[in-house]
Write a protein that binds this ligand. Structure first.
Ligand SMILES: [Zn+2]
Length: 290
C-alpha cells in the first residue's frame, strides 16, 4: 500500500490494476476494485473496519479494473455512461463462471470458492453515470470525475484537488508495457494533454508506480511510436496480417517490460496493437479522402 496524498492510497503490488482509495472525513471513496476476489474482500474488510465505503468509481471497462466490483455489493458504483453499457459484455469476455473458477485454481486457489459464490453473483456495474464530467463532494474532499477517452472509449480520470493527486486508469502505464489493443490513439494523446494540464504533482497510473508530470510526455511518445510504425506499414500498402510478418522491434516502440503478471500475453499483445492501429489508421485515411 502506497500513500500518494495526505488521505490517498494505492496498491501497486496486486495482480491486476492499481486499485486506490481516498479516506475522507465521511468514509472511503474507491477508484477501481482489486481483481482477485480474496484481495477485494480483504480490502473491503480493512476499510469497513474504520469507516463505510461511500463510492466506487471505475476508470475503464477492462476486467482488471472492474471484476472486483462484485465483492463490493451495496457500494454505489460511478462510471461513464458508456462504461455502464458495456460493463457485463467486458466481464463475459473472460469466459463463463466455470471457466473462471477453473483458471482460479492455478492463479489463486484461495479465491476459488468466491468465484460464482451466491453472495457475489451481481456484477455491481455503475448505477451513477455521467457523460463528460461529474463532481462529487464527500466529507472534505472533492472528486472531479472526467471523461478522457483514449486507452478505452469510456476512459475516466479522477482528480482530487485537496490531495494533489490524479488517478488515470490505463491512460498511463508507468514504466510497464503500454496496452493499445483497442485505443483511439489520437483521443489518447488529447487526453494526455488534458491530464497534464491538471494542477497536481502526483499521477496514479493504471499500472506501475505513481509518477509525476514529466512521464506524461514519455507516455505520449510511446503511443506516437506505435502509430508511426503502423502508419509506415499502411503507407507501404501492407495488410495487418502482412505487417505482422515484418520484423517488429517492440522495445524500440516501448522500452518497458510487461507488468503485473501479464507476461503470458506479451507476444499476443503486439498482434492486438498492430491490428487495432492498422484498422484505425485506414479508417482515418478513408475519412480524410471523404
Ligand atoms: Zn486497461
Amino acid at each position: 500500500m502506497r500513500r500518494v496524498g495526505r488521505n490517498s492510497f494505492t496498491e501497486i503490488y496486486f495482480r491486476g490494476c492499481n486499485p486506490s482509495f481516498v479516506e475522507t472525513s465521511d468514509g472511503y471513496v474507491m477508484i477501481d476494485s482489486p481483481q482477485i476476489p480474496i484481495d477485494a474482500l480483504r480490502w473491503r474488510e480493512m476499510m469497513e473496519e474504520k469507516a463505510p465505503i461511500r463510492y466506487l468509481i471505475n476508470t475503464e471497462p477492462h476486467g482488471d479494473h472492474i471484476a472486483g466490483n462484485a465483492y463490493f455489493k451495496g457500494v454505489t458504483v460511478v462510471g461513464q455512461v458508456k462504461l455502464q453499457e458495456c460493463f457485463d459484455r467486458y466481464l463475459n469476455q473472460f469466459g463463463s463462471m466455470d471457466e473462471k473458477r477453473e483458471r482460479m485454481k492455478t492463479t489463486d486457489p484461495d479465491s476459488v470458492w468466491l468465484v460464482g459464490h451466491p453472495d457475489y453473483l451481481d456484477s455491481n456495474k455503475p448505477s451513477v453515470t455521467f457523460t463528460d464530467e461529474l463532481t462529487l463532494h464527500v466529507g472534505q474532499h472533492t472528486f472531479n470525475i472526467l471523461h478522457h477517452a483514449g486507452h478505452t472509449g469510456p476512459q475516466t480520470t479522477i482528480h482530487v484537488p485537496e490531495d494533489g493527486v490524479v488517478f488515470t486508469g490505463d491512460n498511463i502505464f508507468h514504466k510497464c508495457r503500454t496496452w493499445l489493443q483497442e485505443c483511439d490513439p489520437w483521443e489518447w494523446l488529447d487526453s494526455l494533454r488534458a491530464i497534464e494540464a491538471l494542477d497536481v504533482e502526483t499521477y496514479v497510473p493504471g499500472h506501475g508506480e505513481p509518477c509525476g508530470k514529466a512521464y506524461l510526455k514519455e507516455q505520449a511518445q510511446i503511443v506516437e511510436n506505435w502509430v508511426g510504425l503502423v502508419e509506415r506499414f499502411v503507407d507501404r500498402g501492407l495488410s495487418a496480417e502482412d505487417a505482422l510478418k515484418e520484423p517488429i522491434e517492440v522495445t524500440k516502440q516501448d522500452p518497458y517490460p510487461i507488468g503485473q503478471n501479464l507476461f503470458p500475453h506479451d507476444q499476443r499483445l503486439t498482434g492486438l496493437i498492430i491490428n487495432n492501429l492498422h484498422k484505425r489508421i485506414l479508417e482515418k485515411k478513408q475519412q480524410a479522402r471523404g
